[in-house]
Design a protein. Structure first.
Length: 361
């Protein structure tokens, strides 16, 4: 009886051991297959061992998707900035300036992230023709280089921007890459649409037919009474005080533009956010912003570019019906911005909705 029980225990132990070995072997094979799949499909188009085909952009995090296009040399003209510039349509810009445009505006992109994207584009475009860079208030933050402001809560893959293709391989071995790679394959099989077009242009705002002026006004003013009262008396800073103000992000702007070919057209703009979130006229914030704008304009002029200011009280920025919320204007305004940028590039210095702060061309 004891012998029988022991034999049963031995058989059970052997069965469990075999099952465990089969399980471990299957898990290992699955892991190796996933690693090989990730390396060959590589939805980021980064590693040198990948299969050679043009990958669709299959994830909505532009920070992961844009580097393969920035490195590709497909475009000779580009737009950089945040979501406040994403509605500029490449075809409108091509009609205004020529070239082959892509819009690399990224949602909530920090100055550091924008600089990394622009640097990658300039380094790989064979003949840069146009660069349009939208500079929002974050460029004027006195602590823009603080660790908390270098990046956002969105993941930023520095390994896709550092130029080392081999260094990207260890970063491919994760479930995120497996998921996006599967989407790439499904797209190639005709089973899934791309998430972003190659030129980056996407109408991310609601359909124009659904626009509700009352709802937009509520988003813009947050329930507060509409209107902006200037500070009286206005804040005045001495030249010494102004010179002491520091805007560390401008170092990235200067360093990035140092690599821009002299033949390229450079346009910088301060996007037209609604007056509800602009600096209050006469305030310390407004004085610092004006100083920051002036310094940016000098940097752009040094690189033979033109700086166009839309961020002031104007027919665009004071009309609630031009906006979905304080940051995001509607599609007709995007087309108007493209036209006004063309006018500024052709020598116009001011209008009701824009003013040229400097022209170094």
């Amino acid at each position: 009886m004891i012998t029988t029980t022991r034999a049963m225990d031995d058989a059970r132990s052997t069965g469990w051991g075999d099952a465990l070995r089969w399980f471990c072997g299957a898990a290992l094979l699955f892991a190796l297959a996933a690693l090989l799949f990730n390396m060959l499909v590589d939805p980021y188009g980064a590693n040198p061992l990948r299969l050679r085909f043009q990958r669709p952009l299959m994830d909505i995090n532009q920070r992961f998707m844009y580097p393969q296009v920035l490195r590709s040399g497909e475009f000779d003209s580009a737009v950089f900035g945040t979501s406040t510039i994403r509605l500029l349509k490449p075809s409108h810009l091509e009609a205004a300036f020529g070239g082959h445009f892509a819009n690399f505006g990224m949602n909530a992109a920090t100055p550091f992230e924008q600089s990394e994207a622009a640097r990658l584009f300039i380094a790989h475009a064979p003949d840069v023709r146009n660069v349009i860079w939208s500079l929002d208030r974050s460029w004027c933050d006195p602590d823009a280089n603080a660790p908390a402001k270098l990046l956002t809560e969105r993941a930023f893959p520095s390994w896709l921007y550092d130029g080392s293709r081999w260094a990207s391989i260890p970063h491919l071995f994760n479930l995120r890459t497996l998921e996006i790679g599967a989407r790439v394959v499904m797209n190639r099989l005709g089973l899934m649409k791309e998430r972003l077009p190659r030129d980056g242009y996407e109408v991310f705002t609601p359909p124009e037919a659904s626009y509700d002026a009352a709802r937009a006004a509520a988003h813009i003013w947050g329930g507060a009474r509409p209107g902006i009262l200037p500070v009286e008396p206005p804040f005045e800073a001495s030249p010494a005080t102004r010179s002491a103000w520091r805007f560390p992000a401008l170092q990235w702007l200067e360093a990035t533009l140092a690599a821009l070919p002299a033949s390229a057209r450079l346009l910088a703009l301060f996007p037209p956010v609604h007056i509800a979130i602009q600096a209050v006229p006469g305030s310390l914030e407004a004085a610092m912003e004006d100083e920051c704008k002036a310094r940016i304009a000098r940097i752009i002029a040094h690189h033979h570019g033109t700086t166009v200011d839309f961020r002031f009280a104007s027919p665009i920025t004071t009309n609630d019906s031009n906006y979905w919320d304080p940051l995001h204007y509607r599609l007709p305004i995007a087309k108007l911005i493209a036209d006004l940028l063309r006018d500024a590039a052709q020598g116009e210095t001011a209008g009701p909705d824009f003013r040229v702060l400097a022209n170094g061309s």
